[in-house]
Design a protein around this ligand. Structure first.
Ligand code: HEM
Length: 396
């Protein structure tokens, strides 16, 4: 429904009061006690009170003279006109039922020179079946990029695109349709689309590197919907006019060893990583599936100080938010980041597809993940730098 005019909003007054009153709307899931975020959509207590009073007072129209101008919404790309639009080379047919493995669709960029990605957006071709898209950029020549994290020992899983093993021991997984299997190299992540998130606009002076001649690999997660559907998704990129001051990098933290017992109302799992250089942490995107219940991230600084940097007490799979720090966090070398996820595999979790199942890591929504994507920059490293000597290890 639209809430643009009085006429639009009036019939929803009671529902608005209830949704706003219990914090379900506007959707925002970070605990305000920890951290401040640039993309915080929540309302101030005063705004909440105004809406509640209005609804309880019979939702009057008020004086039309006082009406502020209607907000202008962008039609089309929310990042503005992209400098480059890349489309899946051909339409993909999603069958009516069954399930589809992640498909990996390659698009050449034909870029003649290196570019800096300032904004990124996925336009799903068919929202009924496009569940998520993760775009990576594979440079024509493999190269070692500086890295700034050492992963914790518990994470000794072969890191697949989504951080976990393709198949956990003891997991007998049926195979879904697969027309475009994962290529040997997919490159570094440049952005994605998931329920609740489609566009990424990075702060001025910060951008992601896209090498000349790169190929974009789109990891497509299609979900069947009961009728055959066609999709041809696109991505839009806006480039920074000049090299940034800070190069953005994306690192994934995951623990693929999850094994959630049937019916367990509060299974928890942690993962940690430690900085091997001074970094500036800019964004955190927590990701679990339908049994995900809450997330908490703490930083333990080299001087022993511990700080909760993000808490998502009521994680909601339908609202996958990348939490953008209003003031990016400075983390000296030797800072540990500890992520803890909780899961509810009981029948009390209304979103639970099957509380009788033991749940292991897997790509599909009825399986689980313990995955976080962080956007950061390494302090004092020239944007575009390549490692020529001593290794750092890890992903970019
Ligand atoms: C003050 C701001 C907002 C108000 C008053 C509001 C109000 C509401 C209400 C009353 C409903 C329930 C409709 C029903 O009963 O069927 C709803 C649902 C919904 N709203 Fe909002 N909303 C706000 C902000 C937002 C924003 C910013 C977004 C998107 C970013 C959003 C996306 C949705 C979606 C997707 C649903 C349906 C699914 C769900 O309930 O989660 N809303 N909203």
């Amino acid at each position: 429904m639209a809430l643009l005019t009085y006429k639009d909003a009036r019939p929803w007054a009671r529902s608005i009061r209830d949704e706003v009153g219990d914090g379900a709307m506007p959707p925002w899931h970070a605990d305000p006690k920890h951290g401040r975020f640039a993309n915080d959509r929540s309302l101030s207590p005063a705004d909440k009170e105004t809406l509640t009073k209005w609804a309880n007072g019979g939702a009057p129209e008020g004086d039309p003279q006082d009406l502020p101008p209607a907000p202008a919404f962008t039609d089309g790309w929310t990042i503005g006109a992209p400098d480059l639009v890349l489309s899946m080379p051909e339409p993909y047919t999603v069958p009516a039922d069954g399930f589809v493995e992640y498909e990996y669709i390659e698009i050449p960029t034909n870029l003649k020179e290196d570019r800096w990605v300032q904004a990124f957006e996925v336009r799903p071709g068919n929202r009924a079946v496009v569940h998520h898209v993760i775009a990576t950029a594979r440079a024509p020549q493999p190269e070692r990029r500086p890295s700034a994290f050492r992963m914790g020992a518990e994470m000794s899983v072969p890191p697949g695109q989504t951080g976990g093993p393709a198949e956990t021991e003891g997991q007998q997984r049926p195979k879904g349709l697969s027309r475009y299997p994962r290529p040997r190299a997919i490159g570094a992540s440049i952005g994605g689309f998931a329920p609740g998130t489609a566009a990424h606009v990075y702060a001025p002076g910060t951008a992601l590197l896209l090498r000349a001649g790169s190929a974009i690999v789109l990891q497509m997660h299609y979900t069947t919907s009961g009728s055959q559907q066609i999709d041809q998704s696109r991505i839009g990129l806006k480039f920074a006019p000049a090299p940034p001051i800070e190069e953005l990098r994306i690192v994934a933290l995951a623990n693929g060893k999850l094994r959630i017992p049937p019916g367990d109302p509060d299974y928890s799992l942690s993962a940690e990583m430690t900085t091997t250089a001074a970094v500036t942490l800019r964004q955190i995107l927590p990701h679990t599936h339908l049994r995900g219940k809450s997330w908490e991230y703490a930083a333990v600084y080299p001087d022993g100080r511990r700080e909760v940097i993000l808490s998502v007490p009521k994680y909601d799979f339908n609202w996958q938010t990348s939490y953008v720090f209003a003031e990016p966090l400075k983390m000296p070398k030797g800072t540990k980041i500890i992520a803890v996820a909780h899961y509810d595999n009981s029948a009390a979790n209304k979103a639970n597809p099957d509380p009788r199942k033991e749940v292991l890591w897997g790509d599909q929504t009825w399986e689980e993940m313990m995955f976080t994507s962080f956007v950061y920059s390494i302090d004092g490293v020239t944007p575009g730098a390549v490692i020529t000597a001593a290794p750092g290890g890890g992903s970019r």
